[in-house]
Structures are given as structure tokens and as C-alpha cells.
Design a protein around this ligand. Structure first.
Ligand code: URA
Length: 279
């Protein structure tokens, strides 16, 4: 490589960012090709889970059994389905998702982002997948789009104590890329079971991927938003409606007006429910 063809620092950083490497774990770089043993710094690093802070010995690559091929997508989907069906509670579902190794996103994400809010809520919101902030905190919608989501909820008198929030994909895709159809199919049984266990009266999907996946439509969000549809949880049929994803609204604020109409429709539907209160 000649000095002229060598990438600039900016290009290198852009490359790392695209690959999902967007924050430093230690102050000093670690040459993992040289060191046999890596000792974590004395100061705990905020991103690491407590168990990971202790001395880290160089171990064989995680979960890659020698010679063992990763499960085929079909096998992974079947195993997600079988596992999800066995979860009798949300906590059991979370526990088995923590262990599930059929989705490669689990190994690139920092942690599982399971849900936030009130499991007794009558309204459940479903987004696409965690981003960087969610991956760090382990909660859905805590970054910029989450702040906007909180404002959207407040506009109809709701907050996180009155709704339940989850994502179709519970692990952050590297660099916030769009999840692949395969990843969505592998994770689908988990969110379906999560909806069944929460048993809300209304599901609100945020953005295209969540809407197309859960509401089984090929229509884009411009067409599918604001349209009531039936959703079968597995035990009963509830109502579902789609609206724009808050991240999209941050880029295209002109669509906030339509989102407001969708939120009003949700508020009215909640009002009309027997027993009325939002949760
Ligand atoms: N976008 C999503 O779809 N989900 C999150 O949790 C955060 C951003």
C-alpha cells in the first residue's frame, strides 16, 4: 500500500462505524494478536456488564464449537418457534432469549433489549430493532427517537408506565443496519410470543419493518399507517394499527401531522375499551 492509497483516519473511522464499532471499551488499544491474557482496566467501564468486568482470560472464540456449523436459518426459525412456545411468562421468555444462539445478531450486540414499560398495559408498541443507545442501556427507545416517542405518548396522555414497548428484533444490528429478512424471521416467534403474553388490547407498530412483519402486509408505511387491522395473538384477536417510526419523523417532521391522527385514533380506541383506563 503506497502512502497515497492508504486510508485516511477519517476513512478508517467511517469503516469502523459502518461495521458497528462506535465506542471505545478501553482508553488504550489492545493488540489481541499479541497478548495471551487480557486484563481489564482497574476502573470499571460503563458499557460492560458487571460479570464481564473481572479479569478476562483469552478464551476460545465464544460459542463456536470446533467443526460445528451455525444452524441453518430454517433450523434457527424452528428452534426459535419451539423455544418461544415453551415460555409461560415474560420472564421465562426473556431468559430463554438471553440463551438463544440461533441469531447471529446476539453475538455482535452488547446485550438483549427485551422491553420497557408496563406488562399489564392495554397498548403495546413494537419498533424495529435497538440502536446504539438501546444496546448500551438494554432498554428500547432510549435514544433520540425514544425521546420523540415519549413526546408522542405524552400527546395522548400516556407514558411508559401505561404502555409496553418492545422491538421485532431484540439485538442491535451492527452499525444500525436494517435487519435482514432472515434475522426478522428468526426473531419473529419471540415478539409474537411476547405480544401473546402481554395480551394487550391494541398493538401499535412503528415503521415499515414492524408493520410489514407483524401485520402481514406488503404495503409501505405511507399506505398502511392509520389503518385498523385485526391481529391474532394466538389466543385472541385484538386490534392493531401502524404509524411512522419516530426516527423517520426526526428526518421528516412533516409526517408528524399524520402521526398525530394515528395517535388520536389509538387514544379513542383506548377510551372505547371496556374498563377504559389505559392500563
Ligand atoms: N428504533 C427502534 O426501532 N427501536 C428502538 O428500540 C430504538 C430505535
Amino acid at each position: 500500500m503506497t502512502p497515497e492509497s492508504a486510508p485516511s483516519l477519517r476513512q478508517l473511522l467511517a469503516f469502523y462505524l459502518d461495521a458497528g464499532v462506535d465506542c471505545a471499551l478501553n482508553d488504550e488499544p489492545v493488540n489481541r494478536l499479541l497478548d495471551d491474557e487480557i486484563v481489564a482496566p482497574a476502573e470499571p467501564q460503563p458499557r460492560e456488564a458487571p460479570a464481564a468486568r473481572a479479569e478476562i482470560k483469552r478464551a476460545p472464540a465464544p460459542v463456536q464449537r470446533p467443526g460445528a456449523a451455525p444452524p441453518s436459518p430454517e433450523a434457527a426459525i424452528a428452534s426459535a418457534r419451539a423455544a418461544a412456545a415453551t415460555a409461560p411468562t415474560l420472564e421465562a421468555l426473556r431468559a430463554l432469549m438471553e440463551q438463544f444462539d440461533g441469531c447471529a445478531l446476539r453475538s455482535t450486540a452488547t446485550r438483549l433489549v427485551f422491553a420497557d414499560g408496563n406488562p399489564q398495559a392495554r397498548l403495546m408498541l413494537v419498533g424495529e430493532a435497538p440502536g446504539r443507545d438501546e444496546d448500551i442501556e438494554g432498554l428500547p427507545f432510549v435514544g433520540r427517537s425514544g425521546k420523540l416517542l415519549d413526546l408522542m405518548l405524552a400527546a395522548i396522555g400516556l407514558d411508559r408506565s401505561k404502555v409496553y414497548i418492545a422491538n421485532v428484533i431484540p439485538w442491535r444490528p451492527p452499525g444500525n443496519r436494517t435487519p435482514t429478512p432472515q434475522e426478522i424471521q428468526i426473531c419473529l416467534p419471540f415478539i409474537q410470543r411476547q405480544i401473546e403474553l402481554v395480551d394487550p388490547d391494541i398493538v401499535l407498530t412503528l415503521g415499515n419493518p414492524a408493520t410489514q412483519t407483524l401485520l402481514q402486509t406488503r404495503d409501505g408505511i405511507m399506505k398502511s399507517r392509520g389503518r385498523w387491522t385485526d391481529y391474532n395473538t394466538g389466543t385472541r384477536t385484538i386490534r392493531a394499527i401502524a404509524t411512522f417510526h419516530p426516527a423517520y419523523l426526526l428526518r421528516s417532521p412533516a409526517y408528524k401531522r399524520m402521526t398525530w391522527m394515528d395517535l388520536r385514533a389509538v387514544a379513542q380506541a383506548l377510551e372505547a375499551l371496556p374498563g377504559k383506563a389505559a392500563n
